[in-house]
Ligand binder design. Structure first.
Ligand code: FAD
Length: 511
């Protein structure tokens, strides 16, 4: 039996490997030309695959490692050499991928058996049973598209904590609360600097891939200068240890903060390792639990555990259940092209310039920059959620369809209500409250209209007004619409004019 492992399944402990001696890995290069993928993303995936190949060989596996233009070309070669072989593949999380790969194998005379992907903490069966139980009494259809408050991440998170006995004290949560979000919205004091970011110096293998990526992918978007992502399981574990020892304590309070010149703050930077399989989410959760036992603050530990065990698993399952509709969803009918600044990075808006700059430099921006700057601005601007999804997909080292799509199309763009009951839409007030960006910005965060008024503000009010029919009765939008109701026609005219001007500036690359 041969186990075929994809580039995001790079873990030697997965079940199928325990009873196999032959492994197939395919490095397919053509996909990297479909979009202008960040060079760090391409380098990371190909380098991690080559390191994993070497690790498996050291462990005694026979590894067939094919470099090809496409999976199809690689499978042609593979089945020419191994006619009729039986392959086993862990079911990939991206929609339809397992069936597509099976059809490709069968077309070449082989067999492909899809087995459970054990790189997650929960299975499709666990989630579906939970959703069924919550919605089985006729109160919802289990898809969450009826705004059913019971089908939300927070409930799932508590369920999984109970099931897996994580941070539990008997039947209740340790510390008496499930959620310490209220303690996790601080901004650091002036002069604070975040702990150092661990950087994994590229070795010969990574350097060879980096040269290959430079030569081959002329259109790649982003800089490869700072590359220092973990490319092996060993490095991913070191990154986890470093996070738990050095950054976790301040992760909680500053989780939502943004500081000029700082791209990482106290975030774990573990998403690429988790998504490639280098690190199992169980290891991340267990490390955080041990840190709590050793005295790490509960608000930080719980905040981190919620991201990994709650959000990450939740988006994976919601995506699974809501595809393919989610891939096309555009509930608010937004069609504007993304502002030019997302591609050029050139804008006078400090927040946008910082966030796009972080993506260009590192293939990474932390969660609040993703949600409250990059997708919030695109949402208010009226940008097409699918162009935004594509932008995230090629720009981020941790982007894979199963995780980017629910976050961008669902959470960030509110193109479907599968992830939240109201849009994450906010004016400059939010950015100013959670960052120091506005103090150095030539735009005035307190102004809505007129010269140098912050673009977030007019776009925010214009967004609420444009989408009133869709949003007024949704979720917890009452307070926002009570402010909308207080504006008179002359204010709306000025807001519409300013919003139109901003869109023209955005299209011209003049923001
Ligand atoms: P931390 O802030 O340290 O969080 C710890 C871990 O929790 C992360 O490594 C991640 O594995 C998990 N996590 C937290 N929130 C989420 C979430 N909403 N969905 C899935 N996992 C989560 N995450 C990706 O892995 N890939 C993406 O392509 C991606 N795109 C996003 C796009 C938008 C618009 C938004 C709002 C969020 C996106 N996220 C994505 C989720 C989250 O922002 C990143 O996982 C996180 O910023 C990664 O940085 P970190 O490892 O330092 O995370």
């Amino acid at each position: 039996m041969t186990v075929w492992l994809l580039g995001d399944q790079l873990n030697p402990d997965v079940t199928p490997l325990q009873s196999a001696d032959h492994v197939l890995l395919v490095e397919a290069h053509g996909f990297g030309e479909r979009l202008p993928y960040h060079p760090q993303k391409l380098t990371l995936v190909f380098s991690a695959m080559r390191h994993f190949r070497d690790e498996l060989r050291e462990r005694g596996y026979e590894v067939t490692y094919l470099r090809a233009e496409s999976f199809g070309d690689a499978l042609d070669d593979y089945f020419a050499a191994n006619p009729g072989d039986d392959l086993v593949l862990m079911d990939p999380p991206s929609h339809g991928a397992g069936d597509r790969l099976r059809a490709m194998v069968e077309a070449r005379g082989g067999n492909l058996t899809l087995v459970t992907n054990d790189l997650f903490l929960t299975t499709p069966e666990t989630f579906d049973a939970w959703a069924e139980a919550r919605n089985g009494d006729g109160g919802g259809d289990g898809d969450g598209d009826d705004g059913d408050e019971r089908y939300r991440q927070e409930h799932w998170y508590r369920h999984v904590r109970r099931e897996l006995d994580v941070l539990m004290d008997g039947d209740g949560p340790v510390g008496g609360q499930w959620n310490y979000d209220g303690e996790n919205r601080e901004t650091p004091p002036d002069g604070w600097t975040p702990p150092e970011v661990p950087r994994f110096e590229p070795d010969e293998t990574t350097e060879a891939v980096r040269r290959f990526v430079r030569d081959r992918y002329d259109d790649a978007w982003g800089s490869d200068e700072s590359f220092g992502w973990p490319v092996t399981r060993e490095e991913a574990r070191q990154a986890l240890d470093h996070f738990v020892e050095v950054r976790l304590a301040e992760f909680g309070p500053y989780q939502d903060a943004m500081v000029e010149g700082e791209w990482a703050l106290c975030h774990s930077l573990l998403s690429s390792s988790l998504n490639l399989g280098l690190l199992h989410p169980r290891e991340a959760v267990e490390a955080a639990e041990r840190a709590y036992e050793d005295g790490a603050p509960l608000n930080s530990v719980e905040g981190f555990v919620r991201q990994v065990l709650g959000w990450r698993e939740f988006v994976r399952h919601v995506y699974r259940r809501r595809m393919p509709e989610m891939g096309e969803a555009n509930r608010l009918g937004q069609t504007e092209p993304l502002p030019a600044a997302y591609y050029s990075g050139e804008t006078e808006m400090t927040c946008l310039s910082e966030a796009v700059g972080h993506v260009w430099d590192h293939g990474y921006a932390h969660h609040i920059e993703r949600l409250m700057v990059l997708s919030n601005f695109a949402l208010l601007y009226g940008a097409d959620p699918h162009e935004l999804n594509e932008w995230f997909h090629f720009g981020f080292v941790d982007a894979f369809h199963w995780v980017t799509t629910p976050n961008v199309v669902g959470m960030g763009s509110f193109a479907t209500d599968a992830l939240s009951s109201k849009p994450y839409a906010a004016s400059a007030n939010y950015v100013n409250g959670m960052s120091d960006y506005c103090s150095s910005c030539p735009y005035h965060h307190t102004k809505t209209t007129g010269e140098r008024a912050c673009p977030f503000n007019a776009l925010y009010w214009d967004f609420l007004k444009r989408n009133e029919a869709e949003l007024r009765g949704t979720g917890r939008m009452g307070l926002m619409y009570s402010h909308v109701d207080r504006k008179d026609e002359s204010e709306w005219e000025a807001i519409r004019d300013r919003a139109a001007t901003i869109r023209e500036m955005g299209a011209r690359g003049d923001l």
